[in-house]
Design a protein around this ligand. Structure first.
Ligand code: GLA
Ligand code: ZN
Length: 678
């Protein structure tokens, strides 16, 4: 998709007010006031679109789409498969799910459909095709929003059969499956594919290969369902781009497998800004944005966010003044081409009546939320020239979903919490704190073009990834690994022999044991180099390694392994491979990455005060630096912006949660490939 302006708006469910046409008119007036240019329609409208089997009623929707467009507001049109009408479930009970306890669900809620059911596929394809025929050519429609937040699994007999077929295709023979899954343990050998059942708390959960392959199957089947929807749209002649809205920190699907079928990635962003600190949550949300962007290495859309509060977090805190702006500009800073809300107008009843909306139950524009949302809208217009620019990263972290599944499914070494995502976040935070753009990749990604890659806890080392690491370091890359790396293959079968498997010469170390600490325990880290001057601690996991070539830069300070390596560095080819044997604190990561990046050419670092962030977006003839204050205090910019073009903002210190956007033309002198700001 080409973007010449930022898309601004959100989910709108006007079918709830069809009997009160004045509400639509009032909404349009208010949308214009808030600078809204796009809304998402039809996400949960199936009962209105097909009130009886085969009888489509699209006139009401078309009127709304056209009326909005007459007022400068485009539509993202959803397919309605996220929630189905009563008649469909009543007539075809097979569309409803069976849960992992083999209980058949009854009608209710949303998203609880069987992805394998031929009837559900047929009915969704039929309505999708009808919608495409009627709406794709309408100039008001920008994009297809396929279904809503795909997720969950179904254990019905049809899904079991489909799972068995998936396994047959993958393994060919039952012997090959038994070998891959190591099912000889506890005598769990399968005699035939017919015996395979999806994992269940009532049955088999102890075969890791089964658990992993089930998750892979759920991803495969969900994707297949999605493809069925997209195919229906395309076969009916739709040419507009397609997306699905992905979820934050969602671990049930391997989203990256969906990317190839989508024209643009989009996702729903709901940070808990006040659970810890906005600065801290900013890193968590930032990593999600970057993961979404990295899937296609292209601009994406923030499809949902709340303008004030959710109704599903444990505690529904409203955002303090300025935070909505911060949340919205953060999305754009990381590469989003949109700021969209769930939702424009709050429903008066139902599950989400207390969820935040731009227009609350008062129906008025005289609210704090409305005012702040309007400020976001005008802010996006001010930075219009950034639309369509790219985020280019020279550094990356690896966060692999199948690895996440394998770590979570294994019993030991620390059932109280291995904290894989949090561990990746430590590297991410350290890199982002130096103002670097960071891509978030998985093991399928290419490492070409990166200067530095950090891949913590790469427990499951998939076929081919060790070779990529080897080549990357050989050719001059800097690679950082940690404890719990290179232990198991794709089926969670441990490698026989020394580990990290296939990489001991790259890192110059061999792992011998791993110690798991209780929550209240810690060890100290003694640095052997002046580059790591702090007093550091490590917690949770302490691995014991012996060196076979690497230089030791830090050691444990206590326990019987006092003096054994915590940090090593190894020269391999033209690059460096670092190995971090313990779960060290944030300070250690900051100092380590600061030290490491001093020697890396072609990346620019900035010394940023705590809570200040900068992202770089690159256009045709300039870089744009988006500085953001993630604190409630005024914060000074670390660069002399008077010499640069100011696109947005214009005063340092930045106001609480405020931003400044600077334009740095390519013509400015560069240092290491990046504009020299000093
Ligand atoms: C999700 C859904 C929306 C809505 C919001 C509430 O993102 O897609 O329909 O339920 O959550 O936060
Ligand atoms: Zn099913």
């Amino acid at each position: 998709m080409d973007f010449t302006e930022f898309l601004y708006g959100g989910d709108y469910n006007p079918e709830q007010w069809l009997g009160e046409p004045e509400i639509l008119e009032k909404d349009i007036e208010m949308m214009k006031k808030a600078h809204v240019n796009t809304v998402t329609l039809g996400v949960f409208s199936w009962s209105f679109l097909e009130p009886e089997e085969g009888r489509y009623e699209f006139d009401w929707l078309e009127k709304i789409v056209n009326r909005l467009y007459e007022n400068g507001i485009s539509t993202i049109l959803a397919t309605p498969s996220g929630a189905r009408p009563h008649w469909l479930a009543d007539k075809y009970p097979e569309v409803l799910r069976v849960n992992e306890k083999r209980e058949k669900m009854i009608f209710g809620g949303r998203h609880n459909h069987c992805f394998t059911s031929p009837v559900y596929r047929e009915k969704t394809a039929a309505i999708d095709a009808a919608l495409a025929g009627r709406f794709d050519a309408n100039p008001a429609v920008r994009l297809w929003h396929v279904s809503n937040e795909y997720g969950g699994d179904c254990h019905c007999p049809r899904c079991q059969e489909a799972f068995r077929a998936f396994l047959k295709e993958k393994y060919g023979t039952i012997d090959a499956l038994n070998k891959a899954w190591n099912s000889a343990f506890w005598s769990h050998i399968y005699d035939s594919f017919d015996q395979v059942e999806s994992p269940s708390s009532l049955g088999e959960e102890s075969i890791m290969g089964l658990v992993l392959d089930w998750k892979r199957f759920v991803t495969y089947e969900t994707r297949d369902f999605m493809r069925n929807e997209i195919r229906a749209l395309r076969d009916a002649g739709a040419v507009k781009p397609c997306t699905i809205n992905m979820m934050q920190h969602f671990k049930d699907l391997d989203y990256r497998k969906f990317a190839a079928d989508l024209d643009i990635i989009s996702w729903d962003n709901y940070p808990s800004w006040l659970e810890t600190t906005p600065a801290d949550e900013g890193f968590r949300a930032g990593m999600q944005h970057d993961m979404m962007r990295s899937m296609k290495k292209a601009p994406f859309l923030m499809m949902e966010s709340t303008p004030s509060m959710t109704n599903w977090q444990d505690v529904s805190r409203i955002m303090k003044p300025g935070m909505l702006f911060m949340q919205s500009f953060q999305a754009v800073a990381h590469g989003s081409e949109s700021v969209f809300y769930f939702q424009w107008r709050a429903s008066l009843g139902g599950d989400e009546k207390f969820h935040g909306a731009v227009v609350d139950h008062t129906g008025s524009d005289q609210t704090r939320v409305f005012r702040e949302a309007s400020e976001v809208g005008s802010g996006l217009e001010e930075i219009k020239e950034l639309a369509g620019t790219q985020v280019v990263s020279r550094t990356a972290v690896i966060y692999d979903m199948e690895n996440e599944w394998a770590i979570a499914a294994s019993r030991g070494p620390r059932n109280q919490g291995m904290h894989y995502e949090e561990t990746v976040l430590k590297s991410y935070k350290a890199l982002r704190s130096m103002g670097l753009n960071v891509d978030v990749l998985d093991e399928d990604a290419s490492l070409d073009g990166y200067k530095l890659v950090s891949a913590p806890m790469l427990y499951m080392l998939k076929e081919g990834f060790a070779d990529k690491i080897r080549a990357f370091v050989q050719n001059g890359g800097i690679f950082i690994s940690t404890y719990h790396t290179g232990l198991a293959d794709e089926n969670d079968k441990c490698f026989a022999g020394t580990v990290p498997n296939g990489l001991t010469d790259v890192f110059g170390i061999e792992r011998t044991e791993i110690d798991a600490l209780n929550d209240w325990e810690e060890n100290k880290v003694s640095s052997l180099t002046s580059d790591l001057p702090g007093r550091y601690t490590c917690t949770e996991l302490c691995e014991l390694v012996r060196t076979c070539g690497a230089e030791v830069l830090a050691v444990y300070g206590s326990d019987f392994y006092k003096g054994m390596p915590v940090l090593t560095r190894n020269r391999f080819g033209k690059g460096w491979a670092y190995y971090l044997a313990a779960n060290v604190d944030d300070e250690f990561y900051y100092d380590l990455f600061d030290k490491i990046t001093r020697t890396v050419g072609g990346i620019r670092k900035i010394k940023l005060p705590a809570g200040l962030s900068v992202m770089t977006r690159t256009g045709a003839d300039a870089d744009y630096l988006i500085f953001q204050n993630f604190t409630g205090e005024e914060t000074y910019l670390p660069v002399d912006y008077n010499k640069l073009d100011v696109v947005y903002g214009g005063a340092s210190p930045l106001t609480p949660y405020g931003a400044m956007v600077l334009r740095v033309p390519f013509s400015r002198p560069k240092k290491g490939g990046f504009p020299n700001l000093s």
